[in-house]
Design a protein around this ligand. Structure first.
Ligand code: CUA
Length: 337
């Protein structure tokens, strides 16, 4: 097994010079209104908690130093104080006021985020958490994709926010792209909602934020924020059926003859499975395996051949394909742009 692992990783490494897959996301650089609101609230909470820390820590340090035991104190009992109504009232009332302020400030931000009304031009996305990948469906646009969500940029003034409906196909997950919004849990048999209005184009990274099993850590999210023109282009491209490249018709027929199609959809072909990611425009995505590895012919080959080596425990079985079958499947998939 270890030799196979080495081969697979060498393939991936060689096929992707200089490409990084994992990326960090800074919660202190919010790029959308919900994340801005969360950051501002966190500053207030940090300020209040910081002040409490300085006051309590300062008084403690003062008391420790000022009233430390000194040589001439030997055998002298310090003055005995039995309670003080004023101090007890102060240390009861002040924390209650602090908690009240924090509660009200938090409730205000939550209410403002939840009450946001949906403009008619909003992009609607249904996010479905699976062990261990994300399905993105655009019900108004007839698009199904995986792991990489495209939304249009929404600079202040001409807003086209994205409204997300979050569902789970199996267990609890949590959808978190820190620069765009706070996290929202993804719960079976329940619909949760959130929205984003990314202020700048670019790629934003996130993770599943609720432990959901073996590959929880490899349930990565990418949100690609496009200019309005690029978004429309992406939509048109995703809406089209799968490319039918005559040069790979033999490979396509081989693929369609395998059990791959019971789990995967390739629109425009007999492959209608919905258990795994939609592959109609597989190669339009930058990564495979929910953001784990870059996406290119070499990694598709490695992934189809050794899914359990690359992402142990994931629900894609090792199909035990021989080299010829593997080459056919990979070369067909690599044409799905
Ligand atoms: Cu999905 Cu953790």
């Amino acid at each position: 097994m270890s030799f196979r692992l080495l081969v697979v990783w060498l393939l991936i490494a060689s096929a992707s010079p200089g490409q990084t897959v994992h990326a960090i996301s800074d919660i202190f650089k919010p790029m959308a209104s919900p994340a801005l609101a969360v950051r501002d609230l966190s500053y207030l909470v940090f300020a209040i908690c910081g002040a409490i820390f300085v006051i309590v820590g300062g008084l403690l340090a003062y008391a420790v130093i000022r009233f430390r035991r000194r040589p001439h104190h030997d055998n002298i009992e310090p003055p005995q104080v039995y309670g003080s109504n004023q101090i007890e009232i102060a240390w009861t009332v002040i924390p209650i006021l602090i908690v009240f302020v924090l509660t009200m400030a938090t409730a205000r931000v939550i209410a403002a985020l939840q009450d946001k009304s949906q403009p008619a031009n909003a992009v609607q996305v249904t996010v479905i958490g699976h062990q261990w990948w994300w399905e993105f469906r655009y019900p108004g646009l007839n698009i199904v994709t995986a792991n990489e969500m495209h939304v249009p940029v929404s600079p202040t003034g001409k807003d086209r926010p994205a409204f997300l409906t979050l569902e789970s196909a199996d267990v609890d997950h949590s959808f978190w792209v820190p620069q765009l919004s706070g996290k929202t849990d993804v719960i079976p048999n329940r619909e949760n909602h959130m929205w984003l209005d990314p202020h700048e184009t670019g790629t934003y990274y996130g993770n599943c934020a609720e432990y959901c099993g073996t590959q929880h850590a490899n349930m990565l999210i990418r949100i690609i924020v496009d200019s309005p023109e690029d978004f429309d282009k992406w939509v048109a491209q995703q809406q089209s059926p799968a490319v039918d490249n005559p040069r790979v018709s033999k490979a396509r027929d081989a693929f369609l003859g395998m059990s791959c199609i019971t789990c995967h959809t390739v629109r425009g072909t007999p492959a209608h499975g919905t258990f795994g990611p939609d592959l109609t425009h597989l190669m339009s995505r930058h990564t495979l395996a929910s953001g784990m590895i870059p996406n290119n012919l070499g990694t598709v080959f490695a992934w189809v051949g050794h899914p359990q080596v690359i992402k142990p425990g994931n629900l894609m079985p090792d199909m035990q394909l021989n080299n010829q079958e593997l080459a056919q499947v990979a070369s067909y998939l690599a044409t799905l742009r």
